[in-house]
Write a protein that binds this ligand. Structure first.
Ligand code: TMP
Length: 395
């Protein structure tokens, strides 16, 4: 990326969600150097070499937002808030995945844009108005003709996946009413730095936003953040409520408060990122040590929840099938495949953690609460989870 100072090198990484079929195991996988940097002008933190969207977001996309109760509940709560506070007549979701958010609204009211046609189809089949398209100027212009302007746009974990943010916001500007609301939700850079969750960086996550960085981009397009919510989702996310500058809506104190927190942490200083990089290297060493100790004691480790994030951890820490016997996961599209790069088998979640397992690496650490509740029997019988955040440990 232009004007970036790199501060972290996460090594060679495969495409984070490219789960391998058995017949692909002997083929050479394409890997990409994953370096992270900060833009000296905008203060946006990003990966250095974004990969073409078509390679990552296509008709084989395995991610389903409906796989977690936490996500479903969060979407449901947000829908209630939207109807109560903003009363939009027409809503657009950018990156509607399998419809987990838009299903909370009347079919006449919502439009979904989703470039991964395999998941877009799921939502369409349920009778929703969806388009299998990438979010860009062409899509916005097409939509404007077909659907007219909208009152509210929501996008969760999608804007940070698109390299050209200027085009993203220009396209939003075209289709959003002048007094319309834009809500975007993505992992928080502040939380990522605090919790040492370097695995928020993978080829799909081109950016990990801070309020300060995002605001610098929005400013160029006459958008303003008027409210911010911090969420536990995905290990700590920010939900930004945004308006056009001509809309004179009051700016809440939450924006000032968050900015203060970010400045206090040093989010605009390169020294903060250099310290983070040091902590990441230490984290790798500690995690590897934990795995080796367990294995040397003749214990077996399995993984729980295969995530794009765990692809970064496993490949960066060089944790392969010699250390993790297999993963279990509830997502059908990942089952009976192998983890990208590290080639660990993935099996269907059998409904519980099997009796012969004492150690479980929590790939889906971002759903720790939900998973710990579900696996209380495993914990009761002395089973241990291994987690890498904020520092690697056995829980
Ligand atoms: P994500 O962090 O990218 O959302 O992926 C979470 C993965 O973890 C997804 O494949 C579903 C899986 N998972 C389980 O297998 N069991 C669970 O209880 C939860 C919450 C997630």
């Amino acid at each position: 990326m232009k004007n970036n100072i790199n501060f972290l090198d996460l090594g060679l990484q495969p495409l984070a969600n490219n789960y391998l079929k058995k017949n692909q195991l002997n083929r050479k996988e394409k890997k990409y150097r994953l370096k992270i940097g900060i833009n000296i002008g905008t203060k946006l933190v990003s990966i250095n070499q974004p990969i073409s969207s078509k390679l990552m977001f296509n008709n084989k996309y395995p991610y389903r937002s409906s796989m977690s109760k936490t996500m479903l509940k969060s979407f449901q709560n947000l829908a209630v808030l939207i109807n109560k506070k903003f009363k939009p007549k027409k809503i657009l979701e950018i990156g509607s995945n399998d419809g987990s958010f838009i299903k909370n609204f009347s079919k006449k009211k919502v439009i979904g844009i989703e470039p991964c046609s395999n998941v877009e189809k799921i939502t369409k089949k349920k009778g929703f108005n969806t388009y299998p398209l990438y979010w860009n100027l062409k899509t916005a212009k097409k939509l404007l003709i077909k659907e007219g302007k909208v009152d509210l746009i929501y996008s969760a974990n999608t804007i940070s996946h698109i390299e050209n943010l200027d085009e993203v916001f220009r396209s939003i500007d075209i289709i959003l009413n002048d007094n319309g609301i834009l809500i975007i939700e993505d992992p928080s850079l502040l939380e990522c730095l605090k919790k040492n969750t370097y695995d928020q960086f993978y080829n799909e996550h081109i950016y990990v936003f801070s309020l300060i960085g995002l605001e610098n981009v929005l400013k160029k397009h006459n958008f303003e953040i008027f409210h911010i919510q911090t969420l536990e989702i995905h290990g700590g996310s920010n939900r930004y409520f945004i308006k056009k500058r001509i809309n004179k809506k009051k700016i809440s104190s939450s924006v000032k408060d968050q900015k203060k927190k970010e400045m206090k942490y040093g989010i605009n200083k390169i020294s903060t990122y250099r310290k983070f990089a040091k902590r990441v290297k230490l984290s790798k060493k500690k995690l590897k040590k934990i795995f080796l100790k367990i294995i040397l004691n003749d214990n077996k480790i399995i993984g729980y929840g295969v995530t794009a994030k765990s692809t970064t951890i496993l490949n960066y820490c060089k944790i392969g099938n010699d250390l993790v016997s297999y993963f279990i996961d509830t997502t059908k599209a990942k089952q009976n495949k192998y983890t990208p790069g590290t080639k660990i088998p993935i099996f269907k979640y059998p409904g519980f953690i099997e009796k012969d397992i004492d150690f479980v690496f929590l790939g889906a650490w971002n759903f720790k609460k939900e998973i710990f509740k579900k696996e209380k029997n495993f914990i009761k019988r002395g089973g241990k989870f291994i987690i890498h955040t904020p520092t690697p440990k056995i829980l």
